[in-house]
Every structure is written in structure tokens, then in C-alpha cells.
Design a protein around this ligand. Sequence first.
Ligand code: M6R
Length: 626
Amino acid sequence: MCGVVGAILRDQPALEGILDGLRVLEYRGYDSAGVAAALPEGVAIRRRAGRIEALRAALEDAALEDAALEDGALSEARCGVGHTRWATHGPPNELNAHPHSDQSGRIALVHNGIVENHQELRRELEEQGVEFRSDTDTEVIVHLIARELERLEGESGEAALADGVREALKLVEGYYAIAVLRAGPEPELVAARQGPPLCICVNEVGAWLASDVLALLPHSREVVYLEDGDVARLAPSHYEVFRPDGERVERSPEEIEWRAEDAGMAGFSHHMQKEIHEQPAVLGRTVAARVGDGDADLGSGWSDSELAKLERVQVLGCGTALHAGLIAQFLIEGLAGLPTDSDYASEFRYRSPRLVPGTLALAISQSGETADTLAALRLAKELGCHTGAICNVPGSSLVREADSVLLTDAGPEIGVASTKAFTAQVAGAYLAAVRLGRARGEIDALGADTLLEALRGVRAGLEVVLGDETVALVKEVARSNQDAKGFLFLGRGVNYPVALEGALKLKEISYVHAEGYPAGEMKHGPIALIEPGMSVLVVNSEGGVAEKVRSNLEQVKARGGRVIVVGSDEESLALADERIPVPATSEWVSPILNVVPLQLFAYEIGLLKGCDIDKPRNLAKSVTVE
Ligand code: M6R
């Protein structure tokens, strides 16, 4: 999703730091990029379709968009904003790339979000003589700010940029994280948030803003998260935050535990590969921090008094996070005995959910900023639910809004394909199920210890699955299946969401068509696809449904499908054409082990097909708009 960066520095140029920030945000997905700098004469803007490298080359070119300004001045400017755009309104070309400027060329703006009433605002501004230069919804905001500033100046002689921004935003419907600068002898930088995240920090060099805390970590680990409705004025040595009515409010910095180097590649070829291999450590951390004596220790938001009142759980999430949510449904029903449903957050928010009193709405999200998941959680809150979150990003909107929060400790996940966040979410769901079971008296202390011991043991299993032998085996299986006509992933019970996840990983990383199905559903339709040339990955571990899966597997073989078994069920492994054995473990935790060969498989197929592993086409890491 779009990335926003800005800086106003004491006495050093801002542009290089802004470009570095944009580079950190590349992982979010984008199709064009741009920067604006505040110069005494006006704003200087450079934008390019494509990668940041194209923008960098443009910055080195001779001609500036405003020919009156010197290139040297641009790179010397102390105040600037930058943007990576993921196109929503208008194709990804130079004119639609941000920043956008007002007609006087003194104000420039970058935006992440959507202006829902942009057509109406555009008509109104055009009637007032504004000439638009892009197809974007964003451009209306910069013209509105210019108009409101002019009005305020007409009333009182002068107006601060922050006041013009506040007034303009009163007219905007939708979601935004914006950074706005005004050029002049004393440049001004303002940030505002309604929906998508925005944070700021101040260090000895100056003040910085970004839509993602990762871009601020090189500058400081003390970060201020803006709240919805906040408008912040940044100066080189401080910041001030105002509410929409102009009231000044305090927003204190929070200490971030992540380090800038956590977002590096640590010698691996891709972030996805690194993150797959981080899973034993992530699991170890997540579990070590949460395992108590005879119970899971999830912190104060998960007290007996709240949990004992619960009658149901409604799990919400999108994509991979929903797959973890489907596993959570099995775990919470199976271990804690609580009726549980799970739903796509994007569907939940548009049906008329009937939630009984005493429902825990449990949102699962890596980023904590997914628009649909946040909207679903807010709806559940409005409907009177206790809200919970399993989330990986401290300080994210979800973490700030949910009543009970379980942080997954996976560290920054940069690869667009979610891997370590998924296994951490499943571990989190398992811990939550144990806590719920204890609070409701469904699990006694001894039972909890046994369950937690099984989770603790998964780390060793992950080390085996990520050992050289299994990695080499997956490579071989990927090589022999790379030209398959199509892929079907099957699983059952707690491992059926693993099949869905395996298919999703393969689709997003290698652009190959893949379907994930509950194995028992195969005979109701997908079996028609089975013929020689079709590769079928069957996930099967020992447990209650292993025998059922075996018979589904036989049905595939009988129709000429190529069967690859992933799991610990020996009989299935023996029946397979190819096999990736996974260490035996309790059925409840087996998804954490079984998903790893599927992640590796997607990675290897993606490599064989020459795909851009960490930046798959059309995808954004965090989907902060609908
Ligand atoms: O940040 P979230 O976990 O809320 O994101 C949800 C999905 O967009 C995400 O899991 C997506 O499906 C991943 N690209 C899958 O690898």
C-alpha cells in the first residue's frame, strides 16, 4: 500500500533520508514514487512510474519540473515529503504519482488512503477555477488546503499550514494519512491521519514522519503514533498535535522494540526465505513469553473475569491471517469448548452479523492495519462484543483498538507473502485457546501444562523441517512439479486451513493456479480436475482424520493425479508419488509444522519461474484501503 515519508531537518538536506525511508517502505508494494522539497521559491517535485531507482535517476537528471528551480537546491532542501504509490484512482504514471501540488506551486502533498467524496469535491473546485492535473482522488486535498489557507489568510492576514489542513480535512470523507509541506523562507511540514497509520519522531537532526514505523527506526526508537483525527505540525526540534477543533493534545512517544537491522536480509537471498527460516526462533520467543505455570499467560487484558463471561468467539481476518483464524476456530472449539465462527473480515462487515451478548470478536492480523479487519473489529465493538486481537505490530491500529491483545513477537515481516507471521498467529491462537479453556474451567492446570508442552516442542520440529535435508527435498519436489497443469492442496480438520494457505502461497509467489480444499469436499467438484499432469499436495498428519484423508488420497491416485504427501502420517507417505515427511507431533499443533514445507515449495517454484519473490505483482503487504 502507499508509503508516506517526510522530514524537516535543522541544518542538513532531507532528500537522501526521505529516499532511504521510501526504500524501507518498498516492501509494502507500489507502482510509482515521488518526492517534493520545500524551497524558498516554491515546491520542487520529482515523480516517476516504476521503482524508486527510476526516481533516483530522475533526481539526477538536469531538468526540474519547475524549470526556475535548480537541481542543487532540491537536494539541499531541509524539508521534504516522499511517496510510494499503489494505484487506486488512475493508472500508475508520472502525472498520477504523488506528490501533488496546488496551483501556486507552494504546497505539496502525499497521501495514503481514499477520498470517498472526491468527485463532488473535484466538481466544486473546478467550478471555482481549479485545473486538475491528475486522475487521482488525492489531488482534491491539496487544492482544498490551498483554498482554505487563502480563506483564512483573507480573514486574519496569515494562517499556519496546520490550520489550513485542519479546515480542508473537515470537507474530506474517507481515509487518509497525509504529509503536506508549504514552501517558503520558513518551510512548514504537517501530517494528518484518519484511518491509515502515521507516526512521527524527533532526533538531534530534526523531525521525521512515516506511514510505517520501520522507516523511522534508523532515526529513533521513540515514536509517536498519531490518532485518528490528529493533525501534527512538525518542526526541526519538536512537534505539536491538534484535534480537528484546534485543541492541542499531548501524544507521548512510545519505545519500539524492533531494531532497524531486524528488517534486513541477514545473508538470505530474499526476505521470504529469511522469514521462513526465522520460524523456530519466532515460535520459541512467542511461546517462552506466554507459557505460565499451568496456564498460558497472555497478560492483563485476558483475565478470568472477562473470559469466563464469554459465550462465543467470532474470528475475523483476511488472507493468510484468516487461514490462521480457521485454525483458531478448531483450537478454541476443540480445546476451550467455546462455540466459534470465523469469517472473512471483508464479508463480515457487509452482512448483518447477529452477535449474541458475550461474543469475543477476535481479529487476527500481521500488520494490524488491514482496512477490512479493522472495520470488522469496529463493527463488532459497536455490536457490543468484547474485542481481541492477535497481531504482530506493536502500536498498530488493531493493537490500539482491541480490548485484549496478544502480540505475536514475529518481528518485522517484510516479504509480501506472510510466513512467520502465520505460524506465530497459529501459536497465538493455541495459547489463547488454552487461556480461554482455563478461564472457563474446561482445562485444568495439568491439562494446560500438557498442551503447552506440545507447543513448546514444536520448535524442535521446525528445526527439522527447516534442516538441510527437508529443504533439499522440497527443492527436488518443486523441480519435478514445476510444469504441472495445476495444483490442488488438500487437508482435513485442523490441517484443512493449511491446504488453503499452501495454495495461497503458491498463487501469490509463483502466479501458478492452485486451489486449496478440505479433502472431504474434493468429491463434490474438484475431483473433476484430477488427471495426469495435475499435482495434488495432500497434508496429512496422524490424528482423528488421517484415515479419511488417506481415502481421499487414494481417489486422487485412482484418477492419475500426482500425489505429494506432506505430514507425519506414515501410511499416506507410503502411498505418495513424492513425499515430504514432517516430524510427528500433537494433531493440534501439527499445522505449524505442516505449513512450512508448503511455504518452501511456493518459494522454490517462484524461484524456478523467475518471479519477484519479495514483491509479487499486484500485491501490497498491507491492504489499508478496501
Ligand atoms: O496484515 P494482515 O495480516 O491483516 O494481512 C492480511 C492479508 O492481506 C495477508 O495475510 C495476505 O493474504 C498475505 N499476502 C498472504 O501472504
